[in-house]
Design a protein around this ligand. Structure first.
Ligand SMILES: Nc1ncnc2c1ncn2[C@@H]1O[C@H](COP(=O)(O)OP(=O)(O)O)[C@@H](O)[C@H]1O
Ligand SMILES: [Mg+2]
Length: 376
């Protein structure tokens, strides 16, 4: 890059970005457009807690990148600002996918330190959380965010059962639950054990994907906060929105803006051109894939890599390669196949195979190279 002060060129110490942080994953947007009715329903469900009584439980559903986590965070912030009688804790179930680890997070949120790493029984863990609640006369509102991961691990029913029946074992303990699912193919209520269904009658709140004009509207604000004036013009923003609408995941659009900005800087340009966006899209379109992969454990990654290298093979053949590498048995293998299938990383389809009857064939849901590159 030259320091020639030529018109239109960016010098080495300049940036197209006014504030690059607005494109980071954890950034909580100041305004939250096109989600008024959802925020209202959520607020209505939690209002009893602010008054000191048991809140309504809620099931929030909607595809990834539709503002569910943001809504919970905004709402919890509001509740926290209004009253001290409600404790709100959001648990990321992609990271905490068992009942024990969910309750470890609740313990941490209650006591501000982690439970002993030597391990205590679930009963003790739960007992201490509940006793503290009763002692402080507080109401606990738990958001199980991306709860679909608890379903994939068969932990959802036990976790919810414990939360919903807490008041029976610990009189005076009041707990409300907000269950958030990002898996459009999952019917959370139907998938629960009947013992949970009989005590779980939640309100329903749905987050549809944003349409193109809504995406323009929302991303406009990021552009204004994140870029200097004149860096991203309207047609470029509209192209970003169009590409974002293909998946409906707003994360794609935010990532796209940031990468397109970096591409412009690479060219020492003061403006983001359409080509910067097109080039960025080759990476940004995999935001969802990267997110799914980041939550996988070693064995799941191993299986996905084997499927990638043997795309379209029969489940039995894939098992042999998997067993050789991991030493795991067929039952665990089947569970992992189902999980990768539910995550939308692979397609496991039944097909008739000559001489073998019906068998599943496993194929990758994404391009092979895109997956292998990101597994490294
Ligand atoms: N209405 C909105 N206004 C501003 N930013 C939004 C809006 N909806 C979603 N976002 C942003 O999009 C990204 C994905 O939103 P998130 O709440 O994490 O979605 P979900 O939990 O449904 O997957 C976040 O960076 C969030 O800030
Ligand atoms: Mg989320």
């Amino acid at each position: 890059m030259s320091d020639d002060p030529e018109e239109g060129m960016l010098s080495w110490d300049e940036s197209v970005f006014r504030d690059e942080r607005v494109f980071e994953l954890g950034y909580l947007p100041e305004t939250f457009k096109h989600r008024d009715s959802q925020m209202e329903s959520l607020g209505y469900a939690l209002r009893p807690a602010v008054r000191g009584s048991q809140p309504l439980n809620v099931v929030v559903r909607g595809p990834p990148g539709t503002g569910k986590t943001t809504a919970i965070q905004k709402l919890f912030d509001e509740v926290g600002a209004q009253t001290r009688t409600v404790r709100t804790i959001r648990v990321n179930c992609q990271v905490n996918a068992t009942r024990y680890s969910v309750f470890s997070r609740l313990f941490e949120g209650t006591f501000d330190y982690e439970p002993p790493s030597s391990g205590i029984s679930f009963k003790k863990l739960f007992g201490q959380i509940a006793e503290k609640l009763v002692e402080q006369d507080r109401i606990l509102v738990v958001a199980l965010d991306d709860v679909n991961y608890l379903f994939y691990e068969n932990e959802a029913s036990d976790t919810l059962y414990s939360l919903l029946r807490a008041h029976e074992e610990y009189p005076g303990a009041k707990i409300g639950v907000v269950v958030v699912s990002s898996d459009p193919t999952l019917e959370p209520i139907e998938e629960l054990d009947s013992r949970v269904q009989s005590v779980f009658r939640p309100e329903d709140v749905y987050f549809p994907v944003y349409d193109e004009p809504e995406i323009v509207d929302i991303l406009m604000e990021r552009v204004e906060r994140g870029f200097h004036d004149g860096v991203v013009d309207r047609p470029v923003l509209e192209r970003v929105a169009e590409l974002t609408a293909e998946s409906g995941d707003l994360r794609v659009g935010i990532d796209l803006l940031r990468r397109a900005g970096l591409n412009a800087e690479m060219r020492a340009s003061r403006v983001v051109e359409r080509e910067d966006v097109e080039e960025a899209y080759e990476t940004s379109k995999y935001v969802h894939l990267s997110r799914s992969l980041s939550g996988l454990e070693a064995n799941e990654r191993a299986l996905l890599e084997i499927v990638a290298r043997n795309d379209g093979d029969q489940a039995g053949d894939v098992y042999e390669a998997f067993h050789e590498e991991t030493d795991l048995g067929y039952t665990r293998y089947s569970e992992l196949v189902n999980k990768l299938d539910q995550l939308g990383l692979i397609d496991a389809e039944y097909a008739d195979v000559e001489g073998r009857g019906r068998s599943r064939s496993l194929s990758l849901a994404y391009e092979k190279d895109a997956v292998l590159d990101r597994l490294e």
